[in-house]
Design a protein around this ligand. Structure first.
Ligand SMILES: *[C@@H]1O[C@H](CO)[C@@H](O)[C@H](O)[C@H]1NC(C)=O
Ligand SMILES: *[C@@H]1O[C@H](CO)[C@@H](O)[C@H](O)[C@H]1NC(C)=O
Ligand SMILES: *[C@@H]1O[C@H](CO)[C@@H](O)[C@H](O)[C@H]1NC(C)=O
Length: 234
């Protein structure tokens, strides 16, 4: 119980990394991607809800219909404000088509950090593991760009193994060409300093004929969510 309380606290505080200043528009070289995305102002109410995965930089899709649910657990005012979120990624694992998921007890901060304790059930790993995620871009109604750092380099403040995800509010097969142009144009613009573009991403696999996947939560996940709620609302 005490250990879990400490873990939840670590979620809120995140990790202090050196603020690497790679900003230099006159230099044409690629900037390494930071450990956390540069801070943004994120509206903690507007970010909630359902997001459909549109594309991913790596690994490529072994999943079908990946869908993110951001369900609020509790809000805490502070500097910055935070909201604890039950972040579920529901998906079908290929090739068997098993409905499974990722289960993340996460704290979103209004500066864009999304630190979580994650059960990687769909990826065959147990949990929870600490995951460093952050918001690169969000317009709340059409798209968001997420960053997950698999190999944080705490000394340099950079990420040696980043994952980038584009999520959309509309299921990808139902997006209009105008939406797609906006989404892909935004990704290319935002990621240009780091030399990433849509060319580096794999489009997520979607089949609208499949039923909604409601994966079974792993043991202890519910407990962790309840503990987080208790700590934050105490
Ligand atoms: C940015 O580039 C300019 C011109 O090349 C250089 O003088 C300056 O030192 C650079 N700043 C940083 C922080 O690298
Ligand atoms: C991104 O794509 C470009 C163009 O295909 C390629 O040159 C570059 O190496 C890719 N970058 C990464 C990190 O994969
Ligand atoms: C987390 O959210 C999912 C998806 O909305 C929901 O089905 C599940 O019951 C929630 N779990 C907990 C422990 O609140």
């Amino acid at each position: 119980m005490q250990l879990k309380g400490l873990l939840v606290w670590k979620l809120i505080v995140g990790v202090v990394v050196r603020a690497a200043n790679y900003d230099n528009s006159s230099v044409k070289t690629c900037k390494p991607y930071p450990f956390y995305a540069p801070p943004i102002e994120m509206d903690l109410d507007k970010v909630l809800g359902v997001w459909y995965e549109y594309a991913i930089y790596h690994p490529p899709g072994v999943f079908k219909n990946p869908t993110n649910y951001y369900d609020k657990i509790a809000t805490v005012s502070g500097t910055p404000d935070v909201v604890a979120v039950n972040w579920t990624v529901a998906l079908f694992v290929q090739p068997q088509g098993l409905c499974s998921g990722f289960f993340e007890n996460v704290v979103f901060s209004s500066s864009g950090q999304k630190n979580s304790l994650t059960y990687f059930v769909a990826a065959g790993a147990k949990g929870p593991q600490q995951v460093f995620a952050s918001e690169i871009f969000i317009d709340y109604t059409v798209m968001e760009i997420d960053h997950r750092c698999l190999a944080p380099n705490v000394a340099t403040g950079t990420c040696d193994d980043p994952i980038f995800l584009i999520n959309t509010r509309v299921k990808p097969p139902l997006l209009t060409q105008a939406d797609i142009d906006y989404i892909e144009g935004t990704f290319n613009r935002v990621m240009a300093p780091y030399c990433f573009s849509m060319a580096n991403l794999t489009k997520s696999t979607w089949d609208l004929t499949l039923p909604t996947c409601n994966p079974v939560e792993p043991p202890h996940y519910k407990e962790l969510i309840e503990l987080t709620s208790k700590i934050l609302t105490a």
